[in-house]
Design a protein around this ligand. Structure first.
Ligand SMILES: Nc1ncnc2c1ncn2[C@@H]1O[C@H](COP(=O)(O)OP(=O)(O)OP(=O)(O)O)[C@@H](O)[C@H]1O
Length: 265
């Protein structure tokens, strides 16, 4: 039995099917990546899995808890780092975490310790009293992860975690996610359109196209599946979707980086 179990998950927007009969099991302790071009249905999937978007049909269980029947219980079991900004630039890092601690009813006498531990875990202790609008993109992402982990969830969902980060910040984030999985045992479910990220970080990858899962396996299994010598995950992606993801990445990165900068002032 997996920690995330998805059966025939479907989401329609009027007549359009954004997610089409998705079946997927993610095992405890796995780093699982959902890969796909813009519009493939990745965000819609992750929004349903995090209870933010109603399911049209199908069933999801997180740690055996039925998502549509017990959304509040599921929210306690999961953490979520969305694609859009989830911190307040006009507060300090500490204040952002305090707000989340209150939101999740972390007992008052434990709040300071938990926040201190979370800040240390994501290497933001020294910056904890600075306003978040002074943080770099990498620091903001790390703070968002600290927020999402504060109530000690079993599964951490992340929508395109490294979009807009420079290579150094991106590598630091990858190492942080590996540390979270190894040391805390947290299962990580992320979406990405970066092949390198999926290859380096994910134990298994599902390739989504037009709302359907068109391929699934470890990066090495997927590379072996297309019978091309020295296949890269890029080639795998093009093979299954006919799409060149990296060519689309540039515009998205720039627009995301700019909108983050704009929103933080
Ligand atoms: N609120 C909505 N109303 C109508 N259609 C929507 C809505 N949200 C998403 N869609 C459509 O559902 C499909 C899947 O979109 P989704 O955002 O899940 O894709 P994605 O793979 O996450 O893409 P991206 O990489 O751009 O985030 C798209 O065709 C999109 O236009």
């Amino acid at each position: 039995m997996g920690i995330v179990e998805i059966q025939q998950l479907t989401r329609r927007f009027k007549s359009a099917v954004a997610v089409d009969s998705l079946n997927l099991v993610v095992e405890a302790g796995e780093i699982f990546g959902l890969l796909g071009p813009n519009g493939a249905g990745k965000s819609t999937t992750i929004k349903m899995l995090t209870t933010l978007l109603p399911v049209t049909s199908g069933e999801v269980k997180i740690k055996h808890c039925n998502l549509t029947q017990n959304p509040a219980q599921v929210r306690q079991l999961i953490g979520y780092v969305p694609q859009s900004l989830s911190v307040d630039g006009s507060l300090t890092g500490y204040e952002n975490l305090l707000m989340v601690a209150k939101l999740y009813n972390v007992p008052r006498q434990q709040q300071k310790t938990r926040i201190g531990e979370a800040l240390a875990y994501v290497a933001l202790e020294d910056a904890s009293r600075q306003l978040v609008k002074r943080y770099s993109g990498g620091m903001i992402r790390r703070l968002e992860i600290a927020q999402a982990l504060l109530h000690q969830p079993a599964v951490l969902f992340m929508d395109e975690p490294t979009v807009g980060l420079d290579p150094v910040a991106r590598n630091a984030l990858w190492e942080l996610l590996k540390k979270i999985r190894t040391q805390l045992g947290t299962t990580i479910f992320l979406t990405t359109h970066f092949m390198e990220e999926a290859d380096y970080l994910c134990d298994r990858v599902g390739i989504m196209h037009y709302g359907r899962l068109v391929a699934m396996g470890s990066p090495n299994e997927l590379k072996a599946s297309i019978s091309e010598p020295e296949a890269t995950l890029d080639r795998v992606f093009i093979h299954y979707t006919g799409d060149n993801l990296e060519a689309r990445g540039n515009y998205r990165d720039i627009s995301q980086t700019r909108s983050t900068a704009r929103r933080l002032g």
